[in-house]
Design a protein around this ligand. Structure first.
Ligand code: F1P
Length: 373
């Protein structure tokens, strides 16, 4: 594919052979099983969720996690506020643990939503314990493992075992927990989208099978055709959390230079980094689509190559490449559809960089700290 080629909407149905025996790629390719399990789990817990939420009379919601699950919190908090009409914010568990007075108000009760694949991350456990000891409200936990220290602190746990994975990097777990959180928003917000969400696993599988080739092409940057050296992920609203997660995947798996920004923020300085070895990946919204497309057109004019992930296709002048969902889902439920391509992009970049995405440089699956000082 040469530089002059315009926007590609990839529909080719290709299941590329797994180039290297790894956990990460099979986990990415099989993730929609976890989506279905998440929907089933939330469906089964609807009454417990409604009892917890209505019983609590919460004046605010705080969503927390660490690393990937903090970024997942950044996706979920805007959805909760939008659908439930009460203030909701996302904070890293370390901030909630160490600076709770800057986060929790003394007025009213707080619903704390903890998100943790393992349920064993020390900061998240300690933050939940302190929240509980200070009788600040109730705790709703979302994770992938039963009977954990975090679950023991929680009033209700939504656990998706099918999200469990061998790889250190979160892929299948992240998307399963996001589907669960999105479904919880629908249940508590009394919207009808839970029924509409039932088509998500099939949609996700279709996205995976039709975009794997593009992800490999761009990720591996075959023959240095594009010579990508920098990756920027842009997202507005709840998609900013997805941009942060995509950035983390690119870093964790491939050790590439990458950053995430709110879409329009990119103009305010960071775009100085754009050159013809840059890929700017826009996670397009429906709400701010026209503003976001303008940013991408400007980045193309600066020499960057651009790619959009979008629910409706975009004009060719706005992007060199696009992945189009055509989901028929409301914007608030589309978040998980962005993930498979972004995960595959980082996986293939890692392969090209000779990195082992199963066991990223310097990282462990769970951060367990020593005794409290
Ligand atoms: C969170 C965590 C992240 C890290 C990586 C592995 O663990 O350790 O900090 O970025 O994604 O997971 P958990 O609390 O979700 O189990």
């Amino acid at each position: 594919m040469n530089k002059s080629q315009s926007t590609q909407i990839w529909t080719a149905n290709t299941n590329l052979p797994d180039a290297a025996e790894s956990h990460t790629l099979p986990e990415i390719l099989s993730q929609t099983g976890g989506w279905q399990a998440a929907l089933d789990r939330v469906q089964a817990e609807q009454s417990a969720l409604k009892t917890l939420f209505t019983g609590g009379q919460f004046s605010e919601i705080v969503v927390t996690g660490c690393g990937s699950t903090y970024y997942l919190s950044l996706v979920v908090a805007p959805l909760l506020q939008q659908q439930l009409g009460i203030p909701a914010r996302a904070v890293p568990a370390s901030e909630l643990l160490l600076f709770s007075q800057t986060i929790l108000t003394s007025r009213g009760k707080t619903l704390l939503v903890t998100i943790s694949r393992s349920g064993r991350t020390t900061e998240t456990i300690r933050a939940a314990r302190a929240f509980k000891a200070n009788r600040k409200g109730s705790i709703l936990n979302i994770g992938c493992y039963e009977d954990t220290e975090l679950a023991a602190e929680s009033d209700l746990s939504i656990i998706i075992r099918e999200g469990q994975e061998q790889s250190v990097v979160q892929t299948r777990s992240f998307s399963a927990m996001l589907v669960a959180a999105t479904a919880i928003c629908a249940v508590l917000g009394k919207s009808q989208t839970l029924e509409a969400m039932k088509k998500m696993p099939a949609l996700g599988q279709q996205i995976i099978s039709t975009t794997q080739k593009l992800a490999r092409q761009l990720g591996q940057d075959l023959n240095q055709e594009f010579g990508f050296e920098r990756f920027y992920f842009l997202g507005s609203g709840s998609r900013y959390g997805l941009a942060c997660e995509a950035n983390l995947k690119m870093k964790e798996m491939s050790l590439s230079v990458s950053e995430a920004f709110h879409f329009l923020e990119f103009r305010h300085g960071p775009m100085s980094m754009v050159n013809d070895h840059t890929l700017v990946v826009g996670l397009l919204s429906e709400t701010a689509r026209s503003y976001e497309l303008e940013v991408l057109q400007e980045m193309k004019a600066l020499g960057g190559r651009t790619m959009v992930l979008t629910n409706q296709s975009v004009p060719e002048k706005s992007a060199d490449y696009q992945v189009c969902f055509n989901s028929g889902l409301p914007e608030a439920s589309q978040g998980v559809l962005y993930l498979p391509f972004l995960q595959m992009l980082s996986y293939y970049r890692a392969e090209a960089n000779g990195q082992n995405p199963d066991q990223p440089h310097n990282l462990n699956a769970v951060v367990v700290l020593g005794a409290e000082t």
